[in-house]
Design a protein around this ligand. Sequence first.
Ligand code: ADP
Ligand code: ADP
Length: 221
Amino acid sequence: MIQLSNIFKWYNVGGNRSFVLKDINLTISEGEFVSIMGPSGSGKSTLLHVLGLLDEPDEGSYQFLGQEVLRLKEKQRSALYKEHIGFVFQAYHLIDELTVYENIETPLIYKNLKGSERKAIVADLIDRFGIVGKKDLFPSQLSGGQQQLVGIARALATTPKLLLADEPTGNLNSKQGEEIMDLFKQLNEEDGVTIIQVTHSEKNAEYGNRIIELLDGQIVK
Ligand code: ADP
Ligand code: ADP
């Protein structure tokens, strides 16, 4: 599904290159559940954004589902994202002015789905996530755990093959975090969704089948 070869990313700081990713080589197969760990500033978020087509490396090759991503035009890359990728953010990134229902519906509008199709998909997700009673509330009226559920439901609306999550339980209490991890495990095992998460928690990392450790922009383990 994913093959990163010799990926470099840097920023120019005072005329020098400051490397964020240094010669990353990584293969991830469909059906895996991978956790990325490492100290703050080691490049975890940047790597996840590169994997999710939200950030471009400066050098290297990224084959995603058989396509060389770095050769695609912006429009093609965005189409590939909409078709196959769901992204869950640590701080939820919900749209404050939209209700729970409307937040989950957003990626389906971007995908140009008909109203009736959108309605069926959103209703299913709201039911599955047990947030029927919350569908007309705004994000500010929900607890952190509930907001993250909405963020995950939104990421899943397009039935992505690949779910990427940047510290999805970082702002949650341990019970809420465990519920999210159980949900990820179920999505991975029962629905076959490939998952890559960034986490600081050893316990959360162990829900996956593989742990990748970053240090100073390099995979060290
Ligand atoms: P992590 O997720 O492991 O905390 P990040 O991927 O967020 O790491 O960041 C990796 C490094 O990249 C950090 O040292 C950060 O300071 C640096 N960085 C991120 N964005 C920029 C930028 N726009 N300019 C310069 N350095 C940056
Ligand atoms: P949790 O224990 O999951 O963090 P909270 O104690 O924050 O949950 O919230 C419990 C209930 O209160 C939830 O059902 C949520 O919808 C509701 N709630 C939380 N914050 C607000 C708010 N600012 N306004 C209205 N309802 C809220």
